[in-house]
Design a protein around this ligand. Sequence first.
Ligand SMILES: Nc1ncnc2c1ncn2[C@@H]1O[C@H](COP(=O)(O)OP(=O)(O)OP(=O)(O)O)[C@@H](O)[C@H]1O
Length: 292
Amino acid sequence: MKQVLVLINPKSGVGGPYRFVAAIEKTWDTPERDISFQFSQSAEDGAGKARRAIKRGVDTILVVGGDGMVNTIGCELVGTNVRLGVIPAGSGNGFARHFGIPLHPAAAAEALLNGYTAPIDVGRANGRLFFVTCSMAWDGALVEAFEKFPFRGIVPYVLAGAQQLFEYKPQPFEVDIDGETLNFKHPLIFTVANLSQFGSDVLVAPDAQADSGDLELVAIETKDMPIVLSQVHRFIEKTFHLHPLVTNRHFKNMTVRRKNPSPIQIDGELMKADAEVRIEVLPSALNVIIPN
Ligand SMILES: Nc1ncnc2c1ncn2[C@@H]1O[C@H](COP(=O)(O)OP(=O)(O)OP(=O)(O)O)[C@@H](O)[C@H]1O
């Protein structure tokens, strides 16, 4: 009998957690599956519950939450045979949107039930795993401002971004990327993408493939931003990352030497980091359920 654990973030999602329980139970609770539901009260609590479930021999963990929750549970599943399924309940849901998982709980539960399992790549920044994106310029600093808003969603993201345009102080980055050296004087955007978007359909790396075996750097200097922004149609055409003033590189290993230690953005959450940040790809490291 297949064993499935559903781990729910009670803080995520509109309409309360029970609509997710009902949607998943309706589709997944069949005679060939033993399904149990647990709340994840914190990152540590969820990680502990995931570890114990893996020990018990669970086959699948369904996470009901956003990218932050996916990260904390996904970290426990890397290197195991346990499959991760994501029922989106966050505000940005970059992971779920990348894979085309429906945002409605019932549709998501059904899409995962009828989906297939495939390994995806995982990024690692100074030892910390990430599945969606990692940023360390203005695109990282805005998360600090975003976290101070009392509510989540695209609106506080835009407001936090605007606020940080005034407050963010760029520092020079010296970058070794698969043997090539790049220098950024005043980086504004410096994002490493494993998947295509930050969430809310803000596509930083529209062509990113989860199983490419590499990561993608998308970076731009502060001075070049107005010129790039003058071609707004590129956002619609999904070619922003290909603009000649945007640095766009696929890579496996990268070291970023910054002047000072400062926090970096990992899957929508802030993490303390030394001045030097080492980023690498772990190819095919996590088994994920993907809709057909
Ligand atoms: N395993 C976990 N269990 C409970 N809470 C968690 C867990 N992981 C992260 N959190 C916290 O729960 C809150 C909501 O995070 P979650 O990722 O579920 O939604 P979100 O941040 O709105 O989604 P997104 O990152 O997709 O916009 C955050 O404060 C996060 O730090």
